[in-house]
Write a protein that binds this ligand. Structure first.
Ligand code: UD1
Ligand code: MG
Length: 450
């Protein structure tokens, strides 16, 4: 059976108190909407329709960035969840399979839950995802009769007895496309909120004699994010899960609670992560590497046996070959660091490549930006860069070359050559003592005057 996803993402999220549309707030550095899209992607949907409203342009950009085949439709006025799904009608024209409705602000949905919903579809026309709520609060209540879901009653419209029900509506559903849009067409807005409730399709379906049921999942999966506090709590849950997965995979986290991961962080077995390390998006660390304390990595690749930090920063495009070493207060951006090469202290390497076993001295800077354009620095293998060398790009240093400490390199250096560019040292006998005497006398005069 082919499926299509409809992801509701038009709501304002007033309680986020934000310029950013709610569904674009990130969890583990990935927008909530993208988490929802990835959860739905396991169904290999034939079509994906995102219903956007508030901040639609930004939502569109984020959705297409994740899946260029997605369709983003606009719900100009938020008249309710049934009205929202109805906006996908045209985009699903000619689609004959099942529609699965997801929310853009529930990022914890697990793939097997969706599969269970589709399995239940084999015996039921309409399947709702429910959960036993610890605190049912304002959720819609599922009114069951045995295995059959009779209707969903919104909190605002519920009687005292109905409010006592703890089996709640997650908002997710699965239904044949034609059936669903037929049911939605019959939904009215005569209720406490004056909204077109998607939940009303249940009662309408039952009146038509259709089979409706609810599949249950644990509450954690349906957790919605409505405030910054929810967002922080959701991120914490995500982090805890991701850390546990890494530990299971054989990664050592010396202080797991202090390691911050992105949703797509990949770390190999026997890698050691010291305390207080932050992973931004797009990081892969191979097995047997060491990421030392207080390092910050994003968009980079660290090969086997490499050591990073403490206090190192790897920015997008940093590519470390096996056994490379990046030390304290070193920043690497868009640069390949060759096998066994060392960049150990206080250095900026940007838009560069460094050959195998080269050694970059403390305080080296690749001067990659002239104020208008970026330029590359190419350093061969077995090069020794003296401390405090400025490499004014574009510049190339051949294999086995060397720079003297404090050199400003503005021209290419041939292989095996030594580049020296600094004034010659001169020592002036006794001059230091005379200077000190003069300065101390001056200070004494000043103190007398006051
Ligand atoms: C909804 C359900 C409720 C369920 C709860 C679970 C209805 C009528 N109620 O209530 O039974 O327990 O979710 O969290 O469906 N949205 C749009 N356009 C709209 C309205 C909503 O895109 O016009 C989107 C929102 O951005 C959100 C989702 O749909 O992602 C749910 O809307 P929300 O207003 O949060 O519904 P609830 O009142 O929480
Ligand atoms: Mg809600």
């Amino acid at each position: 059976m082919s499926t299509a996803l409809v992801i509701l993402a038009a709501g304002k999220g007033t309680r986020m108190n934000s310029e950013l549309p709610k569904v674009l707030h990130p969890i583990a550095q990935v927008p909530m909407l993208v988490h929802a899209m990835r959860a739905g992607a396991v169904l290999e949907p034939e079509r994906t329709v995102i219903v956007a409203g508030h901040g639609a342009e930004a939502v569109r950009a984020a959705a297409l960035d994740e899946d260029e085949g997605a369709t983003v439709v606009l719900q100009e006025e938020q008249l309710g969840t049934a009205h929202a799904v109805d906006q996908a009608r045209a985009a699903l024209e000619g689609f004959a399979g099942d529609v699965v409705v997801l929310y853009g602000d529930t990022p914890f949905l697990q793939p097997d839950t969706l599969e269970r919903m589709l399995a239940a579809r084999k015996t039921h026309d309409l399947v709702i995802l429910g959960f036993e709520a610890a605190d049912p609060a304002r959720y819609g209540r599922l009114v069951m009769q045995g295995d059959s879901l009779e209707r969903i009653v919104e909190f605002k419209d519920a009687t005292e007895t109905e409010r006592a029900i703890r089996f709640c509506n997650s908002g997710l559903l699965a239904c044949n496309a034609e059936t669903l849009f037929g049911l939605i067409a019959a939904v009215g807005n005569d209720n406490a909120s004056g909204e077109y409730y998607l939940t009303d399709v249940v009662e309408i379906a039952r009146k038509q004699g259709l089979a409706v049921t609810a599949v249950a999942c644990d509450e954690a999966q349906t957790l919605g994010v409505n405030s910054r506090a929810d967002l922080a709590a959701a991120d914490a849950i995500f982090q805890e899960r991701a850390r546990a997965e890494l530990l299971d995979l054989g990664v050592t986290l010396m202080a797991p609670d202090t390691v911050y991961l992105a949703a797509d962080t990949v770390i190999g077995r026997d890698t050691v992560i010291e305390p207080n390390v932050v992973f931004g998006p797009g990081v892969t660390v191979e097995s047997g590497a060491t990421i030392r304390a207080f390092s910050h990595l994003e968009g980079c690749h660290v090969s086997q046996g490499a050591v990073v930090g403490p206090y190192a920063r790897l920015r997008p495009g940093a590519e470390l070959a096996e056994n490379a070493r990046i030390g304290n207060f070193v920043e690497i951006k868009n640069a390949e660091i060759g096998e066994g090469a060392k960049v150990n202290h206080l250095t900026y390497i940007g838009d560069a490549s460094i050959g195998a076993n080269s050694n970059i001295g403390a305080g080296t800077i690749t001067c990659n930006y002239d104020g208008v354009m970026k330029h590359r620095t190419t350093i061969g293998a077995n090069v020794f860069i003296g401390s405090n060398t400025m490499l004014v790009a574009p510049v190339t240093l051949g294999d086995g070359a060397m720079t003297a400490t404090g050199t400003v390199v503005t021209r290419d250096v041939e292989p095996d050559a030594l580049a020296v560019a600094r004034t010659k040292q001169e020592n002036k006998p006794d001059r230091a003592r005379k200077l000190f005497d003069m300065l101390r006398a001056k200070k004494a005069r000043k103190q007398k005057d006051t």
